[in-house]
Design a binder for this molecule. Structure first.
Ligand code: NOJ
Length: 599
């Protein structure tokens, strides 16, 4: 059952502080005394606990050499922009050498940089320049699979007795004979459509690939794989990276008995087809198997040996953890004596994909109370999902709705992760024609699933023809959306009412206001189905109240915070809104937001 903290426990908290609140709220363990991140700059060990992390899709951020593809030097050129926005760390999606079948998630060499993106020297310069601005670089670490052009796989597929054979997942087919390849070992499917098994004629076995055919899964039952990835992780940690985002981490292991996945049934009890036209399956035999925990304990212990008190301090492990519920997410942190991720992504909140007050209240409260006092990592957007406009927008109030989303992201306790362009309200722009599709997912899924190009279009820096992404005359690898004429950094930076300014102000509050930085989240007005309100509470500092209208209609809000007197000082409000005199009754416009300090 989901549990929401009641208004009664707020009253106790306001007068007695967070320790009493924790005692009143059964699930919340006591937390250490909060520290202001402005007083403890990013060299502190705990830099990641209230951090703002920005995901860059390097192909699409800034092209410095005019080939139409973004690169590392381009990112270095834009570091001052990120500093000004308030970013603590950049997660780079993969920049390693790769045939680019899955745009870098098919890695052929883990210890170098793809020439499209630059060189190791450029990378070192990026790390050093970012460090000067107290920004850390977080690498993507793909341990589930490699490219089929990686030397390990080239060796592995060369013969059945090659020493690398058992670095991958090779199996006999069913009913195979000397002349017939038979059938795949079972019904397992690739996440990108079709069978997860690919026949290899030379050695007459099938190999397993959870993703594309060109992305064979490695064999985590082989200790040599563990050592190989520890070497790779060490290689980058020694270069000064701030940590890693572990790709597809829940799919490292599969059922050793190769049992078929169960077929999913619709509400009439019938099987159905997914967007790729395959029979929909429940992937319990190939996803979220328990073996990953021991691997992550091992990687965390290894990564921790690189921590130091001097910059860059604690190296942080972030997980791509799409999981079915909060209890499964809680496990990803590990135990005190066997820690795993510091920051497994909470995808429960950000991918609700519907502005439903009750749902957000429950899931935000789960993040507060169901993770054993660990730091939640909230995220609403990334390079694999349509952007915020397509999942939450209504086509009329999109900017206001984007303010609503940003408020939940930055005004909740924990670490905030967002995707390049969210701060200016970039929109999803999928290809109009199949022949323009770059992401193979879009080719398999067309027209139902147009792939991920729509959320990977070039960053919109200014109103010029290429949006300032590349050099004049060059063709960007994906077209610049026409809305770059109005939705761009240059226009929004100088506008106090822009979405950019909203992001920047929220981030500043997160860094400077004690309750906003580290305070507990306490839900208020918990039966309201139109407005989500919560309090941020920390000892020794004024509480902060946040109220967000989830509807296109104006709403009147009435909040009673016992012990507070109801007086309020505005910290941030939707442009054009008036200051409320008291919490007793105030108005929110369509998708309006109000944030104030309780006096
Ligand atoms: C998750 C990544 O975010 C996605 O872009 C990629 O295609 C798959 N993992 C496979 O690596």
């Amino acid at each position: 059952m989901h549990w929401t903290r009641s208004i009664a426990s707020c009253a106790i908290a306001l007068s007695l502080g967070v320790a009493a609140l924790s005692a009143a709220g059964q699930n919340a363990p006591p937390k250490p005394a909060p520290q202001l991140s402005s007083a403890t700059p990013s060299s502190a060990r705990d830099w990641w606990k209230n951090a703002v992390i920005y995901e860059i899709y390097p192909r699409s951020f800034q092209d410095s050499n005019g080939d139409g593809i973004g690169d590392l030097n381009g990112i270095t050129e834009r570091l001052d922009y990120l500093k000004d926005l308030g970013v603590d760390a950049i997660w780079l999606s993969p920049v390693y050498p790769s045939p680019q079948v899955d745009f870098g998630y098919d890695i052929s060499d883990y210890e170098n940089i793809d020439p499209q993106y630059g060189t190791l020297k450029d990378f070192d310069r990026l790390v050093a320049e970012a460090a000067k601005r107290h920004i850390r670089i977080v690498m993507d670490m793909v341990m589930n699979h490699t490219s089929d052009k990686h030397q390990w796989f080239i060796q592995s597929r060369s013969s059945r007795d090659n020493p690398y054979r058992n670095w991958y997942m090779w199996h006999d087919g069913k009913g195979e004979t000397a002349t017939d390849k038979g059938q795949a070992p079972n019904n397992w499917q690739s996440d990108f459509g079709r069978s997860a098994w690919e026949w290899d004629e030379k050695t007459r076995q099938y190999y397993y690939h959870k993703f594309y055919i060109q992305q064979p899964d490695v064999n985590w039952d082989n200790p040599k794989i563990h050592e190989a990835f520890k070497d790779i992780i060490g290689f980058w940690l020694k270069r000064g990276v701030g940590g890693f985002r572990f790709d597809a981490i829940t799919t490292l292991f599969e059922d050793p008995n190769l049992i078929d996945e169960d077929v999913l049934l619709d509400k009439n009890g019938k099987s159905y087809l997914n967007d790729y036209g395959d029979i929909a399956l429940n992937d319990t035999r190939t996803n979220n198997l328990p073996g990953t925990h021991a691997v992550m304990q091992e990687m965390r212990a290894w990564s921790d040996t690189f921590n130091s008190d001097k910059f860059p301090g604690t190296r942080v492990l972030i997980g791509e953890t799409y999981l079915p519920n909060i209890a499964e997410l809680a496990k990803q942190y590990g135990a005190a004596d066997k820690p795993e991720f510091q920051l497994p992504m909470d995808t429960q909140v950000g991918f609700i994909n519907k502005l439903d007050v009750a749902e957000f209240r429950t899931r935000l409260n789960d993040a507060e109370t169901g993770l054993g006092g660990n730091i939640p990592l909230l995220v609403f957007d990334n390079h694999d999902n349509p952007r915020i406009d397509a999942r939450y927008g209504d086509g009329v109030h999109d900017t206001d709705i984007e303010r609503v989303i940003a408020t939940m992201l930055f005004a909740s306790r924990g670490t905030a992760l967002f995707y390049y362009g969210d701060e200016i309200g970039m929109k999803t722009t999928p290809p109009a024609r199949k022949e323009d599709v770059k992401d193979p997912v879009g080719l398999t899924g067309w027209p139902k699933d147009k792939g991920r190009d729509g959320e990977r279009t070039p960053m919109q820096w200014d109103a010029t023809a290429d949006a300032g992404f590349t050099k004049a005359g060059a063709t960007p690898w994906l077209p610049v959306p026409p809305n770059a004429a109005t939705i761009n950094v240059q226009a929004e930076k100088s506008d106090p009412n822009s979405l950019f300014t909203w992001y920047q102000t929220l981030i500043r509050l997160k860094k400077t206001n004690p309750a906003f930085a580290h305070g507990d989240n306490v839900m208020l007005d918990t039966t309201n189905t139109k407005v989500l309100s919560w309090l941020r509470l920390t000892p020794g500092a004024p509480a902060v109240v946040v109220s967000v209208n989830f509807t296109p209609d104006p709403q009147t809000v009435s909040l009673t915070i016992p012990g507070s007197g109801g007086k309020i000082k505005t910290l941030l409000k939707t442009p054009g809104a008036s200051d409320p005199a008291s919490l007793g009754e105030f108005q929110l416009g369509p998708y309006g937001v109000y944030i104030g300090e309780v006096q």
